[in-house]
Ligand binder design. Sequence first.
Ligand SMILES: [Zn+2]
Length: 173
Amino acid sequence: MNKGQLMMFEKPGVPMQQVAIQLPVPGPGEILVRNKFATICGSDLHTYCGTRKEQLPTVLGHEIVGEIAAFGPDCLLKDQKGTDLFVGDRVTWSIFSSDPGSYYALQGMPQKGEGLFKYGHALFTESDAFHGGFSEYCLLKQGTAVLKIPDTLPLSVAATLNCAIATVAGEFG
Ligand SMILES: [Zn+2]
């Protein structure tokens, strides 16, 4: 398979470095997405400036819109609302994945579920590199809430759904 480009963030004060990494083959329940747009969130800035501690190096960006490039085996092929998913569909997704069968997930708080993984906040390694927005691709892990979005919704608006808008809805909902 081809390689994908991404911007690796090593540490504050060092410019991000563009690197080409072998694209992963999606595993069971995983979806490979070709990123179309990503915003810069406040937490990205905090990490970039060194006021937020992350595992480094990493690939920043977690407000992301992309197109489905490939499904792994045993994918549900439906989004969070039950809409059928196809290769080429425009999607956004939750900023985290977790075990949907774990205690807190079953209590309606999957963001506290077991096996919590956060996009744009994870350790970059050669074998696990595509998990941020500042990248050509993102590999969606099992337990990620995927939402199909209409092509008529501007990318810059759609990208804010999964952090900025979700945070506001959570604070005031
Ligand atoms: Zn954010």
